[in-house]
Write a protein that binds this ligand. Structure first.
Ligand code: NAD
Length: 490
């Protein structure tokens, strides 16, 4: 396992010499100790990225794209190694790491490799005799700060567009899950990215993260994480007016209408909340059921939730792994208590499993809570665990009211076989992404992000590529007749 900082194309210890443990969430054991990056290491990484920027910016876009394509291929060639490393560090079941994390990461690098040389400018029809063209210029050094829930995939969501557009980057992974990002850094070197183009400095948020977000030579912070830290990033950014992109929390509404295909809705809704132990910003954490089908739906849903196989993330049979840290496991358990104190009824799960083997890890059973009030805390605040609340509704208008009742607005879904209703409800849902008869679909070409407290800016697609550039407007006078403003000077 790689366990040093990656700065200027080389792995090296932190300047302080401090190291921090990386824990296996399956059994609480220490997997390795990695160098802990602090402010002075971030300074070194930003300096390396700033040195590399003029050269990288001048590399033809098609060549930058080719390196990203090569990276995607190399990742696929090493897919098993990456899948196992991600599962060991995060607790993702290996079937998810193999089937989703690695392919989605590769697909994202490949997508941005493919569009690197398709970032076109504009020609604006301005005054006669003038040619006005707009080119999109890279920003400079981009700071990428990512959380622990999908650490490898988020590297590609940020580095893909940043590098394709000609920026260099300093990535600060979560202190909890740095392993795949360090391995990715090594792979980038292997496929030929020049030294300094990407630098990876794991460390804590209030030291390394804060330095990156306040650094005067960082042009943009692309942040994924909690809303609370996102607000601080905005404050930090004021120091040099750096660009900010925020992918923050969510509280996904998942509405099931009485005309839904119940088999698909039950299965899809379980995936919506229980995939990745519910540790997903777009998790469908609020089930909103039409009252006429609620009991039938819940009977099947609870049966499915109870049947989900918890186990060793490296076992291909495992369908749900541990939560990624003990602190987070305790936080999720405290939300279940808050819900019960507020009158919720636990109809599945609600606790850590009693099994002795699982007891060593950070597991929580798939949990279903019937809530008396959709305005209660557990329905409004992000739990970020395998915990879903259930509310019922009688009319479409009521379903929309419940769906739109939180300050978050990231992802949401609905299940119906009525086409007109599907479009109508999608139009009324306050949500950056809406899935109809599915949930949690993502694609590197489709904008990903939210409204309200879920942040601003978008990952993916040309939308993201543009957000890693600034437009420059160039005016050429080739045949304009401009009467002199001061006639005497002629
Ligand atoms: P977090 O906000 O605590 O940490 C995220 C990252 O920010 C980590 O790398 C952390 O070290 C760093 N950080 C913490 N304090 C910082 C500071 N003061 N300055 C700079 N950096 C700092 O979030 P988390 O617990 O790691 O992740 C879970 C959160 O991420 C959830 O709220 C989840 O919804 C959100 N998330 C959002 C998306 C999205 O795309 N919208 C995706 C995944 C996760």
């Amino acid at each position: 396992m790689l366990n040093d900082l990656f700065i200027g194309g080389a792995f090296r210890p932190s300047l302080s010499g401090e190291r921090l443990p990386v824990v296996n969430p399956f059994d609480g054991s220490v997997l390795t100790e990695i160098a802990e990056g602090r402010a002075e290491d971030i300074d070194a990484a930003v300096a390396a990225a700033a040195d590399a920027f003029p050269t990288w910016k001048a590399v033809p876009a098609s060549e930058r794209g080719k390196l990203l394509l090569r990276l995607a291929d190399a990742l696929e060639s090493n897919s098993e190694e990456f899948a196992r490393l991600e599962s060991l560090n995060t607790g993702h079941p290996i079937r998810d790491s193999r089937g989703l994390d690695v392919p989605r990461t590769a697909a994202c690098f490949r997508y941005f490799g493919g569009i690197a040389d398709k970032l076109e400018g504009d020609v604006i029809p301005v005054d006669t005799g003038f040619l006005n063209y707009v080119v999109r210029e890279p920003l400079g050094v981009v700071g990428a700060v990512v959380p622990w829930n999908f650490p490898m995939m988020f590297c590609s969501w940020k580095l893909g567009p940043a590098l394709a557009a000609g920026n260099t980057a300093v990535l600060k992974p979560s202190e909890i899950t740095p392993l795949t990002s360090l391995r990715l850094a090594a792979l980038m070197k292997e496929v030929g990215f020049p030294d300094g183009v990407v630098n990876v400095v794991p460390g804590f948020g209030n030291t390394a993260g804060e330095r990156l977000a306040t650094h005067p030579h960082v042009a943009k912070i692309a942040f994924t994480g909690s809303t609370a830290v996102g607000k601080r990033i905005v404050e930090y950014s004021a120091s040099n007016l750096k660009r900010v992109q925020l992918e923050l929390g969510g509280k996904g509404a998942n509405i099931v209408f009485e005309d839904a295909d119940l088999v698909a809705a039950v299965n899809g809704s379980a995936w919506a909340i229980f995939h990745n132990q519910g540790q997903a910003c777009i998790a469908g954490s609020r089930l909103i059921l039409h009252e006429s089908i609620a009991e039938t739906f819940l009977e099947r849903f609870v049966k499915l939730a109870r049947s989900i196989r918890l186990g060793d993330p490296l076992d291909p049979q495992t369908e749900m792994g541990p939560l990624t840290s003990a602190i987070h496991r305790d936080r999720v358990l405290s939300y279940i208590k808050i819900a019960v104190d507020d009158g919720a009824e636990i109809i599945a799960g609600g606790k850590a499993p009693s099994d002795a083997l699982l007891g060593r890890g950070f597991f929580i059973e798939p949990t279903v809570l019937r809530v008396p009030d959709f305005r209660s805390r557990v329905c409004q605040e992000e739990v970020f665990g395998p915990v879903v609340t259930v509310s019922t509704f009688a009319s479409d208008a009521e379903a929309i009211d419940i769906a739109n009742s939180t300050d978050y607005a990231l992802g949401g879904g609905l299940w119906t076989q009525n086409l007109a209703r599907a479009h109508r409800i999608a139009a009324h849902m306050r949500s950056g992404m809406v899935w109809v008869n599915s949930y949690k679909r993502v694609h590197p070409g489709s904008p990903f992000g939210g409204f309200g407290l879920s942040g601003y800016g978008r990952e993916m697609g040309f939308e993201a590529l543009h957000q890693y550039t600034d437009p420059k407007s160039v005016w050429i006078n080739y045949d304009a007749s401009i009467p002199p403003w001061y006639p005497r000077s002629s």
